[in-house]
Design a protein around this ligand. Structure first.
Ligand code: 3Y8
Ligand code: NAP
Length: 246
């Protein structure tokens, strides 16, 4: 049966893979949750919306005659990744993850590593800081019990509901970002602390390089561990995996 690939997308690497695959004879569809108003235009077929849990994904794999799945989601999209592992096992469909390594602290980095988002909020100091909270929209409520700080929030879309921080500025901007812009942004808002997910890749790294340049502490959230799947690190390796997996 000819290859029919499902790419679970939402990252720079997923877009690069879609571009790469569009130049081959492999039929492929890139999938998004539908979290934001606009997703990046793609050269291959796109589907937007959840599948409906593991069972929904199994049903989709069968109805769409998917032969292979590449999980190219963000390292913090752990629910999707776990569902993909379970669904591909049930449907007996090969799965590989296209991942990007975690960032490693470099000389002059002032990182304070924490295991999860809740621990990042607990790690905030007592006295008033000016914090760039660049972890998106979905988990801001985990910081609501620390209202005494100023927060610079960077969101993909203007929020339908105002995040409940008394002292905040909302920067509506989608990545990828640049270090020089993030240095200017942090200087403008007199930022003295950054909270970040260890996303890896280039699209979110600007704030990390900017914090280093400005000597600002970063509370770095470790990514969730995801096991039980093969992983590759490039579009070429995905193509090789595809060819060697029937
Ligand atoms: C919907 C649509 C591409 C993909 C680009 C990458 C880079 C730019 C940097 C900061 C950090 C953050 C956030 C971020 C980046 C890339 C990548 C990446 C971080 C889009 C996209 C979708 C999403 C979902 C969105 C989350 C949010 C997280 C913003 C597309 C633009 C903070 C992650 O409002 C919301 O509901 C936003 C939700 C999940 C995390 C959160 O908890 O809020 N990404 N981001 C995807 C879908 O519907 O399936 O893919 O075109 C994609 C990108 N965002 O092809 O160019 O590869 O990482 N995304 C983080 O790293 O902390 C911004 O501001 O410095
Ligand atoms: P998540 O918490 O792991 O997944 C929650 C549910 O969202 C999944 O069970 C699934 O719903 C749906 N879903 C997630 N990714 C999907 C995809 N690519 N296609 C179809 N449905 C998807 O996911 P998340 O952290 O909210 O991430 C959502 C999307 O944003 C993903 O595409 C991810 O790559 C992208 N993203 C996330 C982050 C982040 O920080 N989390 C950063 C950058 C980009 P059903 O159970 O109904 O199938």
């Amino acid at each position: 049966m000819p290859h029919n690939l499902l790419i679970l997308g939402g990252t720079t690497e997923a877009s690069a893979l879609a571009e790469y695959i569009s130049k081959t004879d492999v039929k492929a569809t890139i999938s998004y949750a539908g979290r934001v108003e606009r997703v990046r235009p793609q050269p291959i077929e796109k589907r937007i919306g959840g599948f409906g849990g593991i069972a929904g994904l199994v049903a989709y794999l069968k109805s769409a005659n998917i032969t292979h799945v590449v999980d190219a989601t963000h390292p913090f999209a752990s629910q999707m990744s776990h569902n993909a592992i379970a669904a591909c096992e049930q449907a007996n469909i090969p799965l590989v993850a296209l991942t990007r390594p975690a960032w490693q602290a470099q000389e002059n980095d002032k990182w304070h590593n924490v295991p999860n988002i809740a621990a990042a909020a607990d790690a905030l100091p007592e006295k008033n800081k000016r914090i760039m909270l660049a972890i998106g929209r979905m988990h801001l409520d985990q910081f609501y019990h620390k209202p005494e700080h100023f927060y610079l929030l960077r969101l993909v879309d203007a929020p339908a509901v105002e995040p409940a921080f008394p002292d905040k500025v909302i920067e509506v901007s989608r990545g990828p970002f640049t270090a020089e812009n993030d240095i200017a942004l942090m200087r403008h808002h007199k930022i003295d602390m950054v909270v970040a997910k260890n996303a890896g890749g280039k699209g979110a790294y600007a704030k990390i390089a900017a914090a280093r340049a400005l000597g600002i502490e970063v509370i770095m959230i470790t990514r969730p561990a995801i096991t039980g799947r093969d992983e590759v690190a490039s579009s070429e390796a995905v193509h090789q995996w595809l060819l060697s997996n029937g």
